[in-house]
Ligand binder design. Structure first.
Ligand code: TXA
Ligand code: MG
Length: 342
């Protein structure tokens, strides 16, 4: 079992990549960086490899995986047909943080990878290490986020190590990822594409290319069953209970003071603008509110951060539900188990 090496070079010449590619070809599972979060890769055509992914993560078997490819033509092997809108979106956003759902040709990919569905989720990651690794294997690689099921997704190799050390064959360290939240999952099997999971590519960006885009109603209404199986699980949660606060920073400070008086250790999740304002046991800033991309990029690190403290309760600021803020609020709401104080 080999693992994290901090000296990563992104090029073809990097020997870790050949080693990782060989492990994947031998149906072992290996974590690697993408532009969104680290993925835990395995040969999507092989049942054993895919079972190892589910085993290492402790992931429920009814939650299908995203298939990662390096070349569009790889789609022909396992995708039934490529709708016109999907083609246009691939031209615009691949490689990039957009996962497309297609009707699937049966019998090529492991049924475990697709959880027995007749559709398949595919993306081409925009990361030189991921692309070089995929090129080397020449395989469709199934890769969920490389965290233990339910935990925040990993944005550094250390996060992967924390969660999966001893459970997987290796980690390719490519440094911190950029986008920080997972890809947008878009169902392209109907007339109007539907966002099943908000992510790195925004609704506005998609609409600029193909016009009308709808959003799975389950994303805004807790009562509805989500179309993306993974969206029904509690996810991204730190160990201590997290509450989102709809209000001013003074409101948040009042809540902090109350809890401190009860003898609790209190954490606050904020941004650089307000970091100096709060008087709490732990204050962690993720990015700058003014640039929501920076918040997305360090959100999971922030959620993980509180697990290394003795915080009993965490209060978080909220963010505008638009652009990449849509993905940020979706993840925060799940991490908070939908607990909002207004
Ligand atoms: O950015 C990403 O997408 C990262 C990196 C590693 O590529 N991957 C990732 O995978 O987030 P995972 O497994 O954590 O999330 C995959 C999501 C789940 O919500 C799953 O239910 C959904 O995609 N999904 C996969 N196949 C699907 C399908 N055929 N229909 C609907 N949803 C699907
Ligand atoms: Mg995940």
């Amino acid at each position: 079992r080999w693992s994290v090496d901090n000296n990563v070079d992104k090029g073809e010449s990097y020997p870790q990549l050949s080693q990782a590619a060989d492990l994947l070809k031998n149906n072992e599972v290996v974590a690697f960086p993408t532009e969104t979060v680290y993925g835990l890769g395995g040969n999507a055509e092989n049942d054993d490899a895919v079972r190892k992914i589910f085993g290492a993560k402790g992931r429920p078997s009814d939650n299908p995986l995203i298939i990662h490819i390096a070349q569009q033509r790889q789609l022909n092997a396992f995708v039934e047909e490529i709708p016109e809108k999907a083609q246009a979106l691939m031209e615009s956003f691949w490689p990039g943080p957009l996962t497309l759902i297609f009707n699937m040709k049966k019998g090529v990919l492991s049924d475990f990878a697709t959880a027995g569905l007749s559709t398949v989720a595919v993306r081409m990651p925009d990361h030189p290490v991921a692309l070089a690794l995929l090129e080397k294997t020449r395989l469709p690689i199934a890769a969920p986020s490389a965290n233990r099921s339910g935990r925040p997704s990993p944005t550094t190799a250390d996060h992967v190590w924390e969660d999966l050390n001893g459970r997987i064959a290796g980690i390719v360290n490519g440094g911190p990822t950029g986008v920080g939240v997972e890809s947008t999952v878009l169902d392209c099997t109907g007339e109007v594409p539907v966002i099943l999971r908000p992510g790195g590519i925004t609704k506005e960006q998609l609409e600029a290319v193909v016009g009308e885009i709808s959003v799975d109603p389950a994303l805004t209404d807790e009562e509805q069953a989500p179309k993306s199986p993974g969206m029904k699980y509690r996810h991204y949660a730190p160990d201590a209970p997290l509450y989102l606060v709809e209000g001013t920073r003074e409101d948040i400070q009042r809540l902090v003071d109350e809890k401190k008086q009860e003898g609790l250790s209190v954490g606050v999740l904020t941004t650089a603008e307000n970091e100096g304002f709060y008087q709490a046991n732990y204050v962690f800033a993720c990015g700058q509110r003014e640039f929501l991309e920076t918040v997305a990029s360090s959100l999971y690190k922030a959620l993980r951060h509180f697990n290394n403290t003795d915080a009993d309760i965490i209060f978080s600021e909220m963010f505008p539900n638009e652009g990449v803020g849509h993905a940020i609020m979706n993840r925060l709401m799940k991490a908070a188990g939908h607990r909002v104080i207004s």
